[in-house]
Design a protein around this ligand. Structure first.
Ligand SMILES: NC(=O)c1ccc[n+]([C@@H]2O[C@H](COP(=O)([O-])OP(=O)(O)OC[C@H]3O[C@@H](n4cnc5c(N)ncnc54)[C@H](O)[C@@H]3O)[C@@H](O)[C@H]2O)c1
Length: 382
């Protein structure tokens, strides 16, 4: 029986608890830790976790755990993950892996030193409609991907940044590119791998209580000559998030839609209905995941810990997201194209660059916690 501990009992913790409860694997939640003890107690009560204990200092629970979910704010990910790995626990770490590449490497080194599994949350990989389109993109039947367009467009109201740990570069680590678009960035990386270089700009359009960006736009070049565009936004009503992969034979979109054109003699397009029908039938014939979102990722993580299947979301995947996001920030700040990989000798390898980041606004309001901790997400849109 795997003994599970949750560190950080705020907004995202219920998704982890439900994941462990739904996974159907041999795992039991033995400990909930939060510096605000009442939060841990509230979740114990809400989920009827009568066998678990609630603690304030997570260090006091590590000796009894085999598996730890880290659900603290990003700036605390490194300390909690490294401590858990050093106690011999396997770690499921919330996104973003950590606000700097140096911290990511410290966490990866701890996992390697202690021979433990480390997975970073990317629950979108575990949504049927997303997984199946990405498998179509990666499978090669539609030719090479020439151009991808990622619209990671979210909506958060002004008060979102009133929460104490949000809205400051040094504490949160970044705005919508790091904390929201990361879901779609991971999907882009899963489909196309790391780009060779990136050129980006960022600004803050309408969040006056945040130093950080609420909008960024980037163009990515790939070693095979293909390109991608990435838009990250927190001001987008309706959150019409889309990823479009223009392949040689067809356009494949998430949420699923297939497009296909064929040229007439003069090069002008006419619809290629046969290819649209082929891609649609292909998509519809693909399997439906039994467990989705966090439930799916927690199950994969537990099975990987038990040696039953491969880990689908690795620590390197988490690090790649941070490297690409660091590229967005570095290019936006310097006005220059950034070439990957970002070396350890770069000033952007550690988080020190944040001291130079523009403050779009000064943060003047902080609340320790909202009375409503529920979060809404895009999980049902695919
Ligand atoms: N995967 C997703 O879709 C998703 C969605 C929301 C948040 N997140 C991520 O989850 C993490 C937490 O976000 P949240 O929205 O739950 O934040 P939150 O502020 O609601 O909760 C964080 C909790 O951690 C606790 N905490 C802080 N320091 C601690 C410490 N040293 N020891 C123990 N507990 C501590 C706080 O008291 C709080 O209860 C962030 O990394 C965020 O980016 C992921």
């Amino acid at each position: 029986m795997l003994k599970v501990m949750i560190i950080g009992c705020g907004g995202i913790a219920p998704a982890h608890i439900e994941g462990y409860l739904h996974a159907g694997e041999d795992a039991t939640i033995v400990c909930l830790a939060d510096q605000n003890l009442q939060r841990a107690k509230d979740l114990m009560e809400r989920y009827g976790l009568t066998e678990a204990r609630a603690i304030e200092d997570y260090h006091d629970g590590l000796a009894d755990a085999d598996v730890v979910s880290v659900c603290t704010p990003p700036g605390l990910h490194r300390d909690a993950a490294v401590a858990a790995l050093e106690h011999g626990c396997h770690v499921l770490l919330e996104k973003p892996m950590a606000p700097s590449l140096a911290e990511c490497d410290e966490i990866i080194a701890a996992a390697e030193r202690h021979g433990k599994l480390l997975s970073v949350v990317v629950q979108s990989r575990f949504i049927t409609g997303i997984r199946n389109v990405l498998d179509m993109v990666r499978g090669g039947a539609y030719g090479k991907n020439l151009y991808a367009r990622v619209h990671s467009v979210w909506y958060r109201g002004e008060s979102y940044y009133d929460l104490g740990w949000r809205g400051r570069w040094e504490v949160e680590g970044g705005g919508c590119t790091q904390n929201h678009s990361i879901h779609h960035i991971d999907l882009l990386l899963w489909a196309k791998g790391m780009p060779a270089s990136i050129r980006a700009m960022m600004t803050n359009l309408n969040h006056h209580n945040s130093e950080e960006e609420d909008f960024s736009s980037s163009v990515l070049r790939y070693p095979d000559g293909s390109v991608a565009e990435l838009t990250s936004s927190l001001i987008s009503h309706g959150e019409a998030q889309t990823l479009i992969f223009q392949m040689e034979r067809a356009g494949l979109r998430i949420p699923f839609q297939a497009f296909a054109s064929k040229p007439r003699d003069n090069g002008f397009p006419e619809p290629d209905e046969a290819t649209v029908a082929e891609a649609t039938a292909d998509f519809e014939s693909r399997p439906k995941l039994a467990l989705e979102n966090h439930d799916g990722q927690v199950q994969n993580f537990l099975r990987a810990v038990q040696g039953k299947e491969a880990l689908l979301a690795t620590a390197q995947d988490g690090r790649n997201c941070i490297e690409l996001i660091t590229g967005v920030y570095a290019s936006s700040i310097t006005g220059q194209e950034v070439v990957f990989p970002i070396g350890k000798d770069s000033e952007y390898y550690t988080g020190a660059w944040r001291a130079k980041a523009p403050h779009f606004f000064e943060k003047s309001k902080d609340v320790a916690a909202f009375s409503d901790t529920t979060i809404t997400s895009f999980k049902n849109k695919f």
